[in-house]
Design a protein around this ligand. Structure first.
Ligand code: PLA
Length: 409
């Protein structure tokens, strides 16, 4: 019998912090002046400050100045203009799938929400409820898809020995996957490894997957961040759409438009016919309505405003390229700093890897040492967010890595 002193939850176990977002929690508790957060993938300027893109400020101003804008509910599938522009952004404006109305696009809560809605839809309507995710992958993938009702398996992706793609392992594992299985692919800038297949390898993956009827589910969280070009970074997805087959794509605007907290993203399902696409969309509404009813307006309006206006769009591509270039320059500076210190080992993977992260190869003990002694915060798998570094903080990081590697090899 419980009295008023005893909680009905008194037996509840404390949950661990999230492996990625928990790094920020720990960082926030540290009062050391030279502390550095290289955990979560969030872009910072050379001054170490979060960046609101100039085009985002302009779009917001436009929205505020428009008295015709109201706060009515959006449709369950979200803002129509946003959905149209998002599909064009990932598949290309001249994509036959779009012209033939074969794409069902719904606005979702950023990349995570798009993955979850796609996962729930598949668990409800697809015959093969197994999804293969790369090993390693973004830590939230297995949780999202398991809770969506899919059974999660992994395929080999990264080879620690070469710090590159385990292409043979990948081909073997996908080759052994059951007919029809779903395969999660990072569209570009694989997280956490920074290792992407070449165009030629993508083509081999595509052929293999199509020959086995494997269903591609692209996670596109970094379009524009890998190469600096939105089109180049969407090439993998477009190869799979060009063959006329079906495919899923989850898009996030968190990184490429810096809209992290606005939670703007889209799920697109490319279907064989317009009729199937419209029935798929009708079922997506049944997934979304009981989950969060309909998505928020503000972030999607910002994105639609930018994507519809050719001047803003062009300005965006310039700002995006500048972010990508700054990250590439951080890679060079970190490599040079380690070489200058004579840090043991080959560190050239720092400049070979792509996107926001470097998968350093540092182990959990070395990471813990760097956090304790140097107040540098990063995930325990040795991943560093290069977007959180600046010319001023590179020497501090290089000192810490040098000390970690030499004192605990
Ligand atoms: N997919 C991948 C591959 C990601 O890396 C992330 C974010 C998402 C989806 C989801 O992003 P969104 O929901 O915010 O659009 N990964 C971050 C943040 C940047 C995180 O873990 O939530 C990361 O540090 O890995």
């Amino acid at each position: 019998m419980s009295d008023h002193q005893t909680s009905v939850f008194s037996q509840i176990a404390r949950a661990p912090e999230d492996p990625i977002l928990g790094v920020t929690v720990a960082y926030n508790k540290d009062s050391h002046p030279s502390k550095l957060n290289l955990g979560v993938g969030a872009y910072r300027t050379e001054e170490g400050k979060p960046l609101v893109l100039n085009v985002v400020r302009q779009a917001e101003q436009k929205l505020v100045n428009d008295p015709s804008r109201v706060k009515e509910y959006l449709p369950i599938v979200g803002l129509a203009d946003f959905n149209k522009c998002s599909a064009k952004l990932i598949f290309g404006a001249d994509s036959p799938a779009i012209h033939e109305n074969r794409v069902a696009t719904v606005q979702c809560l950023s990349g995570t929400g798009s993955l979850r809605v796609g996962g729930e839809f598949l668990a409800k309507h697809y015959y093969e409820r197994t999804i293969y995710i790369p090993s390693p992958t973004w830590g939230n993938h297995p949780k999202v898809f398991t809770l969506a009702g899919l059974s999660v398996k992994t395929y080999r992706y990264y080879d620690p020995a070469t710090r590159g793609l385990d292409f043979q392992g990948l081909v073997e594992d996908l080759g052994n996957a059951p007919q029809g299985a779903i395969v999660l692919l990072h569209a570009c800038a694989h997280n956490p490894t920074g290792v992407d297949p070449t165009v030629d390898q993508w083509e081999q993956i595509r052929k293999l997957m199509r020959s086995k009827g494997l269903l591609p589910f692209f996670d596109s969280a970094y379009q524009g961040f890998a190469s600096g070009s939105l089109d180049t970074d969407a090439q993998s997805v477009r190869m799979f759409v060009a063959d006329g087959g079906e495919c899923f794509a989850a898009q996030s605007y968190a990184k490429n438009m810096g809209l992290y907290a606005e939670r703007v993203g889209a799920l697109s399902i490319v279907c064989k016919t317009a009729d199937v696409a419209s029935r798929v969309e009708s079922q997506l509404k049944l997934v979304i309505r009981p989950m969060y009813s309909n998505p928020p307006l503000h972030g999607a309006s910002i994105v639609a405003t930018i994507l519809k206006d050719s001047n803003l769009y062009n300005e965006w591509t310039v700002e995006l390229k500048a972010m990508a270039d700054r990250i590439i320059s951080m890679r060079k500076q970190l490599l040079e700093a380690l070489q200058a210190r004579g840090t043991p080992g080959d560190w050239t993977h720092i400049i070979k890897q792509i996107g926001m992260f470097t998968f350093t190869g540092l182990n959990a003990d070395q990471v813990a040492f760097m956090t304790k002694e140097y107040h540098i915060y990063m995930t325990s798998d040795g991943r560093i967010s290069m977007a959180g570094l600046s010319s001023k903080t590179v020497p501090h990081l290089a000192d810490a890595m040098h000390a970690a590697v030499t004192s605990m090899p």
